[in-house]
Ligand binder design. Structure first.
Ligand code: HEM
Length: 319
């Protein structure tokens, strides 16, 4: 996704997709994996995560252990990542050094019976967190950019909002300022509706139950059956969303609020119920931090065609 940019007398062409993926890796490595990875081994860890990501596709979902070269590289990368995180955990524990990041939180966490999480459990959870957090946020920041740069009306509204926030906070943009960026928030939320990074939620029925369609038709779901909730389709239902295939962040604005009017589970991009995404606030915040900075400091123009969905990727990233 190529964009022309101009800022303070400088101008050029930038591959926004590549740059946004990099920025998200910087944020995730610092906030989740910690100082050691961010400062000393980012390149190696990024390429190992890339190998894991390549090994996560529809084919490997159906046949996770088939001995293809992609799966072999994925498993090798997984072993190396576990080695790196185990070394970091041991070095922090032996030096008594304490950091402010998710890795430290997991190291300090205890089960209800007082037992600490094992090194293997911490490594597993931190790898899962990167997958849960970095990839969907990266895909969403790219789609948000693509939509804003292709819809002048919403781009202008988002830039105007930034000007207003700067004048209010006198360039001291902190947490409270980000919470006030409603226009940018809606631009991100609409990108999430249009291109939901997690296309479906899967559950196993622990007991039988009935579901009723809006027309009143009932279906029995037997115990033990697997159920799939297609978030992608949910977010495009025409009885919930007006003109569902159009990018229209205002649909979430005051007076419309189509996701609320449409019922509790109309917007399922972050799941729902007991297992709703626990990183939702972080996801919005990091994407706002990135786009707020870009909108305040650069002028952009999309010079490549609007990106297409790459269905070969697990998160339907843009090509
Ligand atoms: C745009 C970004 C994101 C999207 C679209 C997203 C989406 C989702 C969805 C749909 C679920 C529910 C899965 C299910 O019910 O089967 C989920 C769960 C989860 N997400 Fe996110 N997520 C995002 C960002 C993040 C971030 C930044 C983090 C943390 C670093 C995170 C951590 C989690 C965790 C820990 C769960 C499991 C919650 C549980 O099972 O109780 N996510 N996410």
């Amino acid at each position: 996704m190529q964009a022309y940019f101009a800022s303070w007398g400088q101008e050029g062409i930038v591959d926004l997709k590549h740059e946004l993926e990099q920025v998200l890796m910087f944020i995730s490595s610092r906030c989740l994996l910690g100082y050691e990875v961010r400062e000393m081994m980012l390149e190696e860890v990024s390429s190992l995560f890339h190998e894991l990501e390549n090994g996560l596709n529809f084919f490997s979902f159906l046949f996770p252990y088939i001995p293809t070269s992609t799966n072999r590289r994925r498993d090798k990368a997984h072993i190396r990542l576990k080695e790196i995180f185990t070394t970091t955990i041991r070095s922090r524990r032996s030096s008594g050094r304490v950091q402010e990041d998710a890795l430290q939180r997991l190291m300090n966490s205890k089960y209800k019976d007082g037992r600490s999480a094992s090194e293997a459990e911490i490594c597993g959870m931190i790898i899962a967190l990167i997958f849960a957090g970095k990839h969907p946020s990266s895909s969403t920041s790219i789609w948000t950019g693509a939509f804003m740069l292709s819809n002048t009306k919403f781009l202008i509204a988002a830039v105007e909002e930034q000007k207003h926030i700067i004048s209010k906070y006198k360039n001291q943009i902190g947490y409270d300022a980000f919470l006030e960026m409603d226009t940018l928030h809606r631009c991100i939320k609409e990108a999430l509706r249009m291109h939901t990074p997690v296309q479906m939620l899967a559950r196993k029925a622990h007991k039988k139950f009935k579901v009723q369609t809006k027309e009143g038709k009932e279906y029995d779901i037997p115990e033990g059956h697997n159920i799939v909730i297609p978030t992608t389709l949910n977010n495009k239902l025409s009885h919930v969303y007006n003109d569902p295939h159009a990018y229209d962040p205002d649909r979430f604005g005051p007076g419309r609020e189509e996701d609320r009017v449409g019922g509790k589970y109309s917007f399922t991009t972050f799941g729902g119920g007991r297992h709703v995404c626990s990183g939702m606030a972080l996801a919005y915040l990091q994407i706002k931090v990135i786009w707020s900075h870009l909108l305040r400091n650069f002028e952009f123009k999309l010079i490549s065609p609007f990106p297409k969905v790459d269905v070969s990727k697990d998160l339907f990233m843009c090509k």
